[in-house]
Design a protein around this ligand. Structure first.
Ligand code: RP4
Length: 151
C-alpha cells in the first residue's frame, strides 16, 4: 500500500509566493503541494495536502487523520507561537510529525522563537525555504514506520 502522509499548512500560507518573497520565496503553495505529492509518489507513498486559516479546521483535519496517516508534516504558520489546541490535537492522534518553517524563525522577532510544537516533534526543519518541504517528505518516506490503517 505504501505510506500515507498528511501535509498541513496554517494561516496565510495560501499566500506563499505572492508576498514578502525575500522572506518566503516565490514558490506558491500549490507548487509546494504538487512537488510534495511527486516526491512522495517517487517513494511509493501518498501525500494529502490541507491548508486552512482557521485553527479549529486544522484541529478537525488532524483528528480525521487518526488511524489513517503514518506521518504529518505541519507548517503551523502563526499558530506555531499560539496554538495549544493544535498541539493537543497532534498529541491526541499519536501520529509522528515534522514541524516545518520556511523562514529561520530563530533569526526573526523574539516572539517567533517559541513553538508549541517543537518539544513533541519527531524533527524540525527551519529556514531552508520551500526546499524544507522536500526534505520533510523524503525524511518521512524513508524513516517513519508504516502502520496498519483503520478501515
Ligand atoms: O517561516 C514559516 O514558515 C512560518 O511558519 C510562517 C509564518 C507566516 C506568517 C505570515 C505569512 C506567512 S506566508 C506569507 C508571507 C508573506 C505574504 C503572504 C503570505 C507565513 C510565520 O507566522 C511563522 O512565524 C513562520
Amino acid at each position: 500500500m505504501g505510506k500515507s502522509i498528511l501535509l498541513i499548512n496554517g494561516p496565510n500560507l495560501n499566500l506563499l509566493g505572492t508576498r514578502e518573497p525575500h522572506v518566503y520565496g516565490h514558490t506558491t503553495l500549490s507548487d509546494v503541494e504538487l512537488s510534495s505529492c511527486e516526491v512522495a509518489a517517487s517513494h511509493g507513498a501518498v501525500l494529502d495536502s490541507f491548508q486552512s486559516n482557521h485553527e479549529g479546521a486544522i484541529v478537525d483535519r488532524i483528528q480525521a487523520a487518526r488511524g489513517k496517516v503514518d506521518g504529518i508534516i505541519i507548517n503551523p504558520g502563526a499558530y506555531t507561537h499560539t496554538s495549544v489546541a493544535i498541539r493537543d490535537a497532534l498529541l491526541s492522534v499519536g501520529i509522528p510529525f515534522i514541524e516545518l518553517h520556511v523562514s529561520n524563525v530563530h533569526a526573526r522577532e523574539p516572539w517567533r522563537h517559541h513553538s508549541y510544537f517543537s518539544d513533541k516533534a519527531a524533527g524540525i526543519i527551519v529556514g531552508l525555504g520551500v526546499y524544507g518541504y522536500k526534505v520533510a517528505v523524503e525524511h518521512v518516506c524513508v524513516n517513519f514506520e508504516e502502520k496498519e490503517k483503520e478501515a
